[in-house]
Design a protein around this ligand. Structure first.
Ligand code: PLP
Length: 321
């Protein structure tokens, strides 16, 4: 399984112990300390599975239905049958948040191929394993607002005719290798190119640049169809910022006015240098600042409520009770 937590997130306070709380696994909610999967699970043996990283803000789960839709798309692409409807998966996620008393948090939704025999043939796996882990995000992570330094990795993003980068699978080795390269080179994050040499995305985040003409995002054929990316393209419309999805090169990045990465965990993080070239003024640019502010407002203002709505108050003899 992968740790897709953004590399630019830093520890702020001693994290809640992973053994605290309740985890959904093997069809039931269990104390986290007892939650386990089989050593024969093909998610563990072969990275055979899919997952989502989701955030809760202000008592609501942001874009829950969209994440679950993407989970089902990833599962369909790898011919993995999820033993629930999308609505049931949403309900399990909400219940996991309730049981863990989450107001603001991070949710990891994982579906593995389930336990099978040794050998990759998925036909030996009788039932997919659905796992929901919920953690109080704010106690664990703090995204820097002053920007990160990025290098371009020698590892290319998966080719579109290999394991499609649109599948959010449990196999992140390609990205892990790029991340190790960033660590080795003293950078905060790595940018990955596609097989043709166009900019694809960062290791666990999508990537945008701001030019004199527009906000630019690479088309999603070569990267994950990020839900934050989608949300930011809508945010840009609301802010009257011209946005385009089109391929661009490292030259465009090095000479951009601004750049940022974005993802559910990291939110929107300015990039202040790429491959030793300062981006724009080297600080947080005006377009990025507006997008960060609008995104923060958006995530706190919508989403599926974790707690059930209070019963409608009735009118009795002209008084609301
Ligand atoms: C490779 C990759 N790209 C982009 C993203 C950002 O996607 P989202 O905004 O849906 O979290 C992620 C998130 O996990 C990712 O793993």
């Amino acid at each position: 399984m992968t740790n897709e937590t953004s590399p630019i997130l830093r520890e702020e306070a001693p994290p809640a112990r992973p053994t605290d709380g309740t985890v959904y696994v093997s069809g039931a909610f269990r104390p986290a300390a007892d939650a386990a999967v089989s050593v024969f699970d093909h998610g563990l043996l072969y990275g055979d599975g899919v997952f989502e990283g989701i955030r809760a803000y202000n008592g609501r789960i942001f874009k829950l239905e969209r994440h679950v839709e993407r989970l089902f798309d990833s599962a369909k692409a790898i011919r993995l049958e999820i033993p629930h409807t999308p609505g049931e998966v949403c309900d399990i996620v909400v219940e996991a948040c309730r049981r863990n008393e989450i107001h603001d948090g991070y949710i990891r939704l994982v579906v593995t191929r389930g336990p099978g025999d040794l050998g990759i043939d998925p036909r030996t796996c009788r039932r997919a394993e659905v796992i929901v882990i919920v953690r109080p995000q704010l106690a664990i992570y703090r995204a820097p607002t002053d920007g990160i330094r990025v290098i371009t990795s020698a590892f290319r993003r998966n080719a579109i005719d290999a394991t499609s980068p649109s599948i959010k699978s449990l196999n992140y080795l390609n990205n892990v290798l790029a991340r190790i390269e960033a660590n080795d080179r003293g950078a905060d994050e790595a940018l990955m190119l596609d097989a043709q040499g166009y900019v694809a995305e960062a290791t666990v985040d999508n990537f945008f640049i701001v030019t004199d003409h527009a906000l630019l995002a690479p088309p999603t054929a070569t990267n994950l169809k990020g839900i934050t990316r989608e949300a930011l393209l809508s945010v840009a419309v609301g802010l009257n910022i011209r946005a385009e999805e089109r391929p661009f090169t490292l030259f465009d990045v090095w000479t951009a006015r601004e750049a940022f990465i974005c993802g559910t965990a990291a939110e929107v993080v300015p990039v202040i240098s790429v491959d030793g070239r300062t981006i724009g003024s080297g600080g947080v640019g005006p377009v990025t600042s507006r997008i960060v502010a609008a995104y923060h407002e958006l995530v706190r203002s919508q989403g599926r409520p974790i707690q059930p709505a209070p019963p409608a108050r009735e009118m009795v003899a002209g008084y609301r009770v």
